[in-house]
Design a protein around this ligand. Sequence first.
Ligand code: 5GP
Ligand code: MN
Length: 331
Amino acid sequence: MYDYQEDIHELVRQLRKHQKIAVISHVRPDGDAIGSQVGICLWLEAEGIDYMAHNDDALPEDISWIRNGVNIRPYTQEELETCDALLFVDGNSPKRFGNLSGYFENCSKPCYIIDHHPEPADGYTYMVSVPEAASTAELIYWLYDETAPERITKEVATALYTGIMTDTGSFRFASVGSHIHRIIADLIDRGELQIAPIHQKVYDNLQLKQLRLISRVLSQIEVYEKYKMSSMVVTLDDLEKTGCEYNDTEGLISFPLSLNDVDVAIIFIEREGKIKMSLRSKTDFDVNLLARLFNGGGHQKAAGAWYDGSIEEAVKNVMETAISMAAKASA
Ligand code: 5GP
Ligand code: MN
């Protein structure tokens, strides 16, 4: 287990100096981003500290229910200016926080970050950065545990559980130690957490159009047998023909990754002139390194990036780079 006490106490000391904090989660929010954001906002509220919960993107349906009274939406720069500090959750650089990233980067207000992505950007007033943590939500749990465990209500427990569950692939990643299961036990006992409805809302939530999209793109999966890699492509045409939107592509990466002879899977999703890539690894092949070569990032086993160019070019360029990385590693 990692050390966290000192960092958490220092962050709390700093946060308590402020009257109103902008709490900002990353674009294309996932369960950990929103679970952590809701968790910390409810903590601030109980502290008597006002907040604005900002996210640039609409929340996908499978996680929007987590917000539980916390109004998460895009705020303008002028609105955020009414806060006296900024707190970033679940992202390691201003680039991850959307259209206002230029403002965030040059903001003169105190900026804090609580996150578990490796190699965080510099320049924060104070940073809790724990790459060994499986999720940001577990760091927010420690913050409650250290300061006010009695404030772990059902709403808090639900938000934190969802964050931990989604970022650990439902408790199956290597980052899941016994401490994670102890946290969950505490959330169940203290927060009267109900697990079954959460799994249902997150995982049994497909719409028919999404299933049609899946069946359409599954037939195009490529496997690079020699390198145990797989690529999957979703074009604007695939989205249009099935009535889907970009947000409906969440989770598609699990299909190529579930193949028994595939260790590394990459999905390419077309979005007006840019290509969103999601990269996943089941072995020690480092997709974070690969994503960084294309100005993205993430973790060793899960990373993302945006490619400027056509989807054909993205697939060719990225897969060639991935294969040469794999070839070098095995040489
Ligand atoms: P996803 O593929 O689900 O969008 O993201 C997987 C992981 O990579 C997440 O941990 C996310 O924070 C990170 N990630 C995704 N897209 C980007 C990106 O464009 N830049 C960076 N630095 N990290 C990303
Ligand atoms: Mn996370």
